[in-house]
Design a protein around this ligand. Structure first.
Ligand code: ADP
Length: 456
């Protein structure tokens, strides 16, 4: 099977289009020539028949009766090469050149008696002294009438030749133009294809040149964005799997060390050491729990119900308060006390609040303030959590919702975080049709805003 590439497909389409346009133009010109020609013939026929009708009127006036006028009418018929039939006003045929000519001697070339079947017959009144006396029917006996003369045919051939030349030139121009155009289209497509193939082979650092401002440039720009994003995610995946391995390795090594030490009698199997083992096991199971929760948060949310976000937030704040008090933090709820009813799952909404509050408490220095604000605007319920902690580095804000992403591994490992809390929160907010954003407050500290659609 012949395989045409995009360039040839485009070129063939353009050539086909140019060819089709030329054929249509040729047909239209030839058709209008035919129409013009037959209109011209009809008007010529009408002019000539009018002159013959006048002559018949004169003959009748001179001879006095149709019977006497018959030979003259035949003569006029032969001279003008025209069939003439006259009907009186009652509809009787009173003269007919075809009948009256029979038996008369013909001089010169022979003329047929009747006009050919498809001839144009003109009907005109016959006047004598301005008074209508009969109706004449006239038809040309010239068999070449209605046929193109050699001159007409030459004219038509010249026009058709010009059309063929113009057509050939158009096809050549279309071919050149389409090859140039397709070159411009195909080049970026080819470079995109090459880049996509390299990405498929695992080389994610691909960028293509963006030229111009058309759809292809837009496609190239989107491709670059996608490649950069994939590359970033791949780096993140590598970094976070390293983080997880590290996260698992530390407690596992410690547990192993304690168990071996206790078995060999190097470490005392006392209350303190068992508690140390237990704390590492707890850390591991928290990580596993977070991972499980994340996979649950990623599943679609079917069983939604009307939930008062205010109640959920109040419960979450009461729950975290002992920890805040322990750290001497000022935890305060502000804003709407009216019910803010959203559609969702209570445990999921509680989880979102507690993740944000736990972070605020975790990253705030002792004595700092944490403010939780509830608002409603334009069909949305807003939950805002502000703290006075270290905030988030600006260039990492867009990454903190990614799986296992932690701003500063050593800082967060110390605080016990696994970098999944915000990912879970974001998945759950998205499942509720909402959005979550993070920012830094001008006076220092982080600002998290959750927007959830109010139930209508
Ligand atoms: P973690 O369990 O480590 O806290 P999260 O997914 O909850 O994981 O948060 C991801 C990262 O975002 C954290 O490691 C932390 O560096 C940063 N972060 C989250 N909340 C805050 C906050 N309120 N203030 C400063 N940094 C924060």
């Amino acid at each position: 099977m012949v395989r045409f590439d995009l360039r040839w497909k485009l070129a063939l389409n353009f050539i086909g289009l140019a060819g089709a346009v030329i054929v249509l133009v040729a047909l239209a010109i030839n058709y209008s020539l035919d129409v013009q020609f037959s209109r011209y013939l009809v008007s010529l026929e009408e002019q000539r028949s009018a002159a013959v009708a006048d002559a018949v009127g004169v003959v009748l006036q001179e001879t006095g009766s149709w019977a006497a006028a018959a030979p003259d009418i035949v003569r006029i018929s032969i001279m003008t090469e025209r069939w003439i039939q006259i009907e009186d006003l009652l509809g009787n045929v009173v003269a007919d050149s075809a009948a009256d000519r029979r038996g008369m001697a013909m001089h010169g070339r022979r003329l047929p008696m009747q006009p050919p079947g498809d001839a144009h017959i003109v009907t005109l009144p016959i006047f004598v002294d301005g008074e209508k006396v009969a109706l004449g029917r006239f038809g040309s006996l010239d068999l070449t009438q209605g046929v193109f003369s050699p001159q007409d045919l030459r004219f038509r051939a010249t026009i058709n030749r010009s059309i063929i030349w113009a057509g050939a030139a158009a096809v050549v121009l279309a071919a050149l133009f389409s090859l140039l155009l397709s070159q411009r289209i195909v080049r970026p497509v080819k470079s995109l294809t090459r880049a996509a193939q390299r990405m498929a082979q695992g080389h994610l650092q691909q960028q293509v040149a963006v030229e111009g401002r058309d759809e292809l440039a837009y496609l190239a720009g989107s491709f670059n964005e996608m490649a950069a994003h994939l590359n970033q995610l791949e780096n993140l995946r590598r970094k976070t799997s390293g983080d997880i391995a590290h996260e698992l390795r530390t407690p596992l090594t410690t547990i192993q060390g304690y168990i071996e030490g206790m078995r060999d009698g190097v470490i005392a199997a006392d209350e303190n050491n068992w508690r140390a083992v237990e704390s590492d096991v707890k850390r591991l199971s928290r990580l596993v729990q977070d991972l499980q929760e994340l996979s649950r948060a990623e599943a679609p949310l079917w069983d939604k119900q009307a939930v008062d976000l205010g109640r959920i937030v109040n419960d979450a704040v009461s729950h975290i308060r002992p920890l805040a008090v322990e750290k001497n933090l000022h935890l305060e709820i502000k804003g709407s006390s009216d019910p803010l009813v959203v559609s969702g799952r209570p445990e999921a909404l509680s989880r979102i609040c507690s993740n944000l509050l736990t972070n605020a408490v975790k990253y705030s220095p002792p004595g700092a303030a944490i403010t939780v604000t509830l608002q409603s605007t334009d069909g949305w319920a807003l939950l805002i959590v502000d703290d006075e902690g270290p905030g988030i580095p600006e260039d990492e804000i867009h990454l903190i919702f990614e799986r296992f992403y932690r701003v500063d591994s050593s800082r967060t490992r110390r605080t016990g975080g696994s970098g999944i809390g915000l990912t879970i929160a974001k998945e759950l907010v998205t499942a509720h049709g909402g959005t979550i954003t993070a920012a830094n407050r001008t006076g220092g500290g982080a600002n998290f805003v959750v927007s959830l659609p109010l139930r209508t």
